[in-house]
Design a protein around this ligand. Sequence first.
Ligand code: SF4
Ligand code: SF4
Length: 256
Amino acid sequence: MVLAVIPRILGFAYALVLAPALVLLWRGGQITRRRALPLLVVSALLGFLLFAPMAPYQLQLVVLGDTAALGAPLAVVLGGLAFFFVVSLAGGRTFCGHLCPIGAIQEILSLAGHARLGRTRKRETMAVRFAVLAAVLVAGLAFSVNVLGALGVEDFFFLNVASVSFAVFAALMLLGVAVYRPFCRVICPYGAVLSLAAAKAQYRFRRTDLCIACGKCENACPVDEAKERDRKAECYMCGRCVEVCPVEGALRYARR
Ligand code: SF4
Ligand code: SF4
């Protein structure tokens, strides 16, 4: 279904504009979990229509040295990947939260279920994901193996429904009904990179003096990142914590 007539770079432009814009919108309180829902739908559709902005797969192609398949000049792709890292340093993983098609599909599917299985397994999931990042680098650089391709990323978005890898990736996405963002939390090599930046993010969801320690945000968070001292490396900016907070102003997206 991917439309070859539409330049893939438009998908990149969409994310390059919105990633920093979302930092500003969260900061100004103009966006909420519900208001961001249309963005998830648009991002998921762009994945199927343009196969962009598909940063995890772009990273895989860069590792493979397959510049012909990038869909944009190498410098633009590298600049884009670095730009999302810098935005994550400034304000967390806005790209993962609402702009990445893979993340958007899983976020939408998480609305269909409770997606709470394994939510306290942050350390374990992050450890596996860094192992996958290492595997992607070694397999790609030393053996020219396309790990994300084998997992079905491309076949899924190109709707190659007869392929085995389509079924593998579709099953991974469907798992997202019960387990919050399984691909993002356990597999995504680019998510592993962005988590390093998000752990140092200037702007993030923080408690203020108005917090009454009711624990509702902690209970609502699907990735165990709403506690006071959590680093927010795994915060997908879903907005659940802010949505359930009973005290206006007790939880703000702000600098320290
Ligand atoms: S972790 Fe990876 S797949 Fe998930 S939203 Fe971020 S870049 Fe996309
Ligand atoms: S509920 Fe958790 S993942 Fe969602 S925005 Fe709050 S801290 Fe981040």
